[in-house]
Ligand binder design. Structure first.
Ligand SMILES: C[S@@+](CC[C@H](N)C(=O)[O-])C[C@H]1O[C@@H](n2cnc3c(N)ncnc32)[C@H](O)[C@@H]1O
Ligand SMILES: [Zn+2]
Length: 282
């Protein structure tokens, strides 16, 4: 997991963090990040760590991957036309197997070729707001290394446990907020963010951070909620807002937000109130 370890960067001074004695530390400014149960716990912006989101998702963690939560909710939101398995859809949108060729193709349009020349190397993936690691585990087999980040300690502990139980060794998890990533610029080939953009308090900052950590030509893929279909109904929106703190986008709002962060080649596929998206970093 060298690719992940070398991606950790100090947000105070920009230096690479080094790991020893159960913590990560900055050799320059002395910042230290505790590693608890194998999970580095990075500082999160004021107000995020104690937000109601965290409390809600901490409580949800034990049932999140059981038959009572995600799947029925996904069918309700996605409707009859939603893909049966969003993980396969996300995995294919990430296009990990064709990664090296895609990188050449995209970069070939511009001046900057050669970065991946002769490298059949598997790609690095960041899963933002990874929850229990459903997506991270699903894509790990096709990726070189996957890092899942989330603010919920309970979600992350399960993510770690489920990955160990399934023998998935190329995935690591860290506590980090989507809008303040302790990660190097251009460190990842792909970023996924599923079912989370609509609950983030600072979407613009999270998209800026996603763009920053993606290498030029890298892809951003995910799903979010839009105010269509069931979420067009005021009572359903009220429940979504009251329980999840969800603020569904309109498709054009999300397009504008992605553009403002610098993304191009933005593609959408809406199924019910579920919006699958894909975009490219320049
Ligand atoms: C509906 S879950 C989605 C989990 C996972 N992506 C999936 O598709 O199963 C939303 C996740 O966003 C996380 N989250 C909320 N605010 C966050 C933030 N500021 N930074 C990172 N993760 C956050 C929650 O803790 C929760 O695990
Ligand atoms: Zn530092």
């Amino acid at each position: 997991m060298d690719a992940i370890d070398s991606a950790y960067r100090c947000r105070r001074c920009g230096r690479r963090l080094s790991g020893r004695d159960g913590e990560l530390s900055c050799p320059n400014c002395g910042a230290t990040i505790p590693i608890v149960d194998g999970i580095p716990r990075f500082p999160v912006p004021d107000g995020v760590g104690d937000s109601s989101h965290e409390t809600f998702f901490d409580r949800l963690a034990p049932v999140y991957e059981t038959p009572v939560w995600f799947r029925p909710l996904y069918r309700f939101i996605g409707g009859a036309t939603a893909p049966r398995d969003d993980r396969s859809t996300i995995a294919s949108m990430l296009d990990l197997e064709a990664g090296a060729e895609t990188a050449c193709e995209i970069e070939g349009d511009d001046e900057d070729e050669g970065e991946s020349e002769g490298e059949p190397e598997a790609l690095t993936v960041l899963d933002v707001a990874c929850g229990t690691g459903r997506i991270a585990r699903r894509v790990a087999a096709d990726a070189g290394a996957v890092l899942g980040v989330d603010i919920s300690g309970e979600m992350l502990e399960r993510a770690q446990r489920y990955a160990a139980r399934e023998g998935v060794e190329t995935v690591a998890f860290a506590r980090m907020s989507a809008d303040r990533l302790w990660l190097d610029a251009d460190a990842f080939d792909r970023v996924a963010c599923c079912w989370a953009l609509h609950i983030l308090p600072d979407v613009a900052a999270a998209l800026d951070e996603t763009y920053r950590v993606l290498r030029p030509g890298g892809r951003f893929v995910g799903t979010t909620l839009v105010d269509e279909y069931v979420l067009d109904l005021a009572p359903v929106r009220a429940v979504a807002r009251g329980t999840l703190g969800a603020e569904p986008f309109t498709v054009s709002e999300l397009r504008e937000a992605l553009r403002a962060a610098g993304f191009s080649a933005i593609e959408f596929d809406r199924r019910g109130a579920a919006l699958f998206f894909r975009a490219r970093a320049e």
